[in-house]
Design a protein around this ligand. Sequence first.
Ligand code: 5GP
Length: 213
Amino acid sequence: MKDEHRERFSRKKRAGLPLIVCAPSGAGKTTLIGRLREEFPLQFSVSCTTRVPRAGEVDGRDYHFLSREEFIAQRDSGLFAEWAEVHGNFYGTPLKPLRERLACGEDMLFDIDVQGAAQLALTLPESRFVFIFPPSLKELEARLRKRGADSEESILLRLANARNEIRQSHWFDAWIINDDLDKAYDELRAFYLSSTLGPALRPDVIHSILNGV
Ligand code: 5GP
């Protein structure tokens, strides 16, 4: 994180902004989110999942990896802000850390699917939602194959889900087409910054200007 941003975001006490980023698998979301987190002090919402960890993934950092039984028990106890079944696995956002961090004024980044985003639109209406599109479905398929992380069956499932997610993206606040990574990143950071400019996130501006503090 750059020092100028640390200063800007740590000065004031305010509620945190939930920033929800959705994209079909392979659209470049992980890279874009990584760049945003390098530049700004955004806390990442670590989800729970029943998916098997991929090479390099760390429990507690990338996901909390749970058995199906554990996930269902936590879900049924109301421990998730939202949950969904994606590509045959369960995913859910733990509610407690999310509430605590937002109350402390920390902006939070969510990498979740469209079904989960629709649930957060109801439970956290102050959220801002951005959908990242691949340039085309053909390019998406090529990226998924090149990544080499998924079986053929999983690639076909992800492509079918991509079509569904794109069909459901009409209500988002912003759309970004990731055909050029730098341009897509500029748009994402502009969307995030503009989302922090409203009076609700700058509660002391009028007071400090009128009182000269
Ligand atoms: P992956 O298995 O590739 O890490 O993630 C698959 C999909 O699940 C992605 O679209 C990702 O955004 C979504 N996902 C990850 N965590 C959550 C979550 O907590 N809730 C929901 N609804 N979707 C999630």
